[in-house]
Design a binder for this molecule. Structure first.
Ligand code: LLP
Length: 428
């Protein structure tokens, strides 16, 4: 609904013709839609409210950490789920109050713990007994009390890609279920620690509700076990993971998630939280790119359409074999006869492929395309591999658009390089 094809303007995102953006800035360029972000946030929070739940939404900053994105979501009431000191600082720089920030992750350093404690953030989600001991020591040393949740590993299969499944026994995440209650009791007597609740996150791009139900049911059981020991459980962090539709998948419905939370956790009298990233930001962003050239392959094989965007910009296809929609910007290209092509980037790896055997309207050299659903785990995962500068970024908001990051200057690629003196003035 945020994208439409106009006879003259071509592809329009919200109310901005994407050709105008590409004319002004060139490509590759990321585009985020502020109105789309707000709309998705409203739908998610509305679904929770309609289910009779008071659920705090903490945006998973890892999905898109641009300050403008965090500002838009923060203004709607979102808090933040962060996994590093850097993300914590970004969230605060965007004006998200520390009391709405939760810190997750399997390996927080001492310095990151100190930072979180110094800013008195809402909570730290602890992922191991070892981390709990360290946090206790750090909290005592800083003269603070760390409010924590124990992240449990429920050993539930989220039914998603192996690289983004996190709730199985063999995954590095969370505390083994059978040890969680004892560890909670231990946390209650550790100095500098206040055990406030439990957290669970079983993976990303989850399409079905059954894994959520299973995981939440296990958490509910744990709450009862812990309470039977006369310990308090004030909050449950229900994690993120709700999937979107890149191709044929059905988008995870916030209403269904709300229902799963209500059914399994609704009557425990705890505060509730979720930490979605992809569902909020994914469909709110895209990547603009231009066809550098078409290249003929071996006889009988599809031609290669070589784009000026590459795996260093959008890594998901090369990392997870992810499928992203690709559509032309110009109305003329959009109605060109369909053909089968491989859509690739210019980076010197075969993995630098956006689509194998795609059926697309015939694209010419210089044709522009939008690579869709790139608002989550897109720009944040880019690199300067092959000395390719970081792409420009734009935010559209209804009919206006603004540059939110200039294209990186070539010279800045080696700005931080230090050449030891001895190399320029060899001794002897
Ligand atoms: N909470 C925790 C503890 C997480 O580890 C994650 C994601 C989230 C929340 C947010 O999950 P989401 O709602 O976005 O599914 N780079 C991969 C995805 C990695 C997800 C990592 N953890 C991709 O591009 O598919």
């Amino acid at each position: 609904p945020a994208l439409s094809m106009h006879a003259i303007d071509g592809l329009v995102f919200e109310d901005v013709p994407l050709n105008a953006v590409a004319d002004a800035l060139g490509t590759p360029t990321w585009v985020m839609g502020a109105r789309t972000l707000r709309g998705r946030y409203a739908r998610l929070s509305g679904a929770m409210r309609d289910a009779g739940l008071d659920v705090a939404i903490h945006f998973a900053v890892k999905a898109n950490d641009h300050l403008a994105v965090l500002k838009v979501l923060g203004a709607q009431g979102a808090g933040a789920d962060v996994v590093s000191g850097g993300e914590l600082c970004r969230a605060m720089a965007a004006g998200i109050p520390a009391c709405e920030i939760v810190f997750s992750g399997v390996g927080k350093t001492r310095a990151e713990m100190e930072l979180a404690l110094r800013h008195d953030i809402a909570r730290i989600n602890v992922e191991s007994a070892e981390e709990l001991e360290l946090l206790s020591a750090v909290a005592v040393a800083c003269g603070r009390t760390a409010r924590i949740a124990l992240r449990v590993n429920p050993d539930v299969d989220a039914g998603t890609h192996a690289k983004i499944t996190t709730g199985l026994a063999g995954n590095k995440f969370g505390i083994p279920y059978d040890r969680a209650a004892d560890l909670y009791a231990h946390a209650a007597v550790l100095p500098g620690i206040h055990p406030a609740g439990l957290a669970v996150h079983i993976g990303s791009q989850i399409e079905r509700m059954q894994p959520y139900r299973q995981a939440y049911a296990r958490v509910a059981e744990l709450v009862r076990v812990i309470r039977a020991r006369d310990l308090g459980v004030e909050v449950i962090d229900c994690g993120g993971g709700l999937g979107i539709s890149y191709r044929h998948e059905t988008e995870g419905a916030p209403e269904a998630l709300a229902n799963a939370i209500r059914l399994e956790l609704g009557d425990l009298g705890t505060r509730l939280e979720i930490e979605p990233g992809r569902w909020l930001a994914g469909p709110a962003g895209l990547l603009l790119s231009t066809v550098i050239l078409r290249k003929r392959g071996y006889d009988g094989m599809p031609p290669f359409v070589v784009l000026d965007a590459a795996m260093n910009d959008l890594a998901r296809p090369s990392l997870y074999d992810a499928w992203h929609g690709i559509i032309p910007l110009s109305p003329r290209d959009a109605v060109a006869p369909a053909e089968q092509v491989h859509v690739v980037g210019p980076v010197c790896e075969s993995g630098d492929t956006f689509g194998h055997d795609r059926t697309l309207p015939h694209l010419r050299d210089g044709s522009r395309v939008a690579i869709l659903d790139a608002g989550a785990y897109g720009m944040v995962m880019s690199s300067t591999y092959n000395a390719r500068p970081m792409a420009a970024q734009v935010m559209v908001d209804g009919s206006r658009w603004d540059v939110i990051r200039a294209r990186q200057k070539i010279e800045s690629l080696w700005e931080g390089d230090i050449v030891p003196n001895t190399l320029t003035h060899p001794a002897g």
